[in-house]
Design a protein around this ligand. Sequence first.
Ligand code: FAD
Length: 292
Amino acid sequence: MKISEIFEKNKPVISFEIFPPKQTTSIDSIYSTIDALAPLSPDFISVTYGAGGSTRGNTVQIASVLKNKYNITPLAHLTCVDGTKESMAQILQELADEGVENILALRGDLPEGASLGEFHYANDLVSYIKENGNFDVAAACYPEKHIEALTLDDDITHLKHKIECGTDVLISQLFFDNEAFYKWRDQVRSLGIQTPIVAGIMPITSAKQLERMVTLCGASIPSTIQGLVKAYNHNAQALKEAGIAYATMQIIDLLASGVDGIHLYTMNQADIAKRIMENIRGINYAVKTKRA
Ligand code: FAD
């Protein structure tokens, strides 16, 4: 199924992100994660590409297994890094051969010393995929601005261009401050952008993970989260519970605001995704999508 069709239903979309195992681990380890996520009935599952040292080729394989074994709509991430038109054509063909119909087109982050190939920005990749295949294309967006952008306005101008190149769906960077998301969404909508926007949520499970995420993506940390980390950091289980509770509250508030969808960064921790899905089960189906 093409992901844009999923957004035509009258309810918020719930999706998960997983990542392929690192090169040193067998690919089979991801299948126990998918076994545990599948009964939660996500609308789609996205599979990262080359992030955090994972093997690139595995993205296609895992996306294929999601579709052909689990009957779950996959969204395969793809980045510009190292990409030539020839290598992209090959990956598009591999995805099409496996029946994968959706791609999240990203610029990616360059490893030190590497250079971008023939694609410089995600919008180049969006255009290439639209011109060379029959895929729905999602792209990333940044409610608190991409870390390299000089201003939020600049970033939104580039986002608008990325949409004009053919983006069907937007998935946001993780954020902890819903008010920042609402303000940014209002600004985006005021420019006439009607593309569905899925809100990226990552439950905090440790102070270290929080620190890493903030360094990587620059998300602001509301005082409530700072307080939770300070109070429970000495007790891993307590901090995990607080992280699940905070993510649940964020999601309930977003659903009430008429959000188009929630994308849970699962970090391959199916138990946490399960807890959150149990928490919101009754609420998700009570909310009617009112496009915000
Ligand atoms: P772009 O949209 O190209 O934007 C990058 C920067 O350039 C921004 O500052 C933007 O304002 C600016 N810009 C954009 N277009 C132009 C233009 N035409 N001219 C001038 N400036 C421009 N990384 C991975 O390696 N693998 C993954 O699987 C992965 N998955 C992700 C999933 C999500 C939902 C998100 C939010 C991020 C993901 N990332 C992943 C990280 C992503 O690759 C980085 O955030 C990267 O730095 C930017 O990617 P982008 O596609 O948003 O880039």
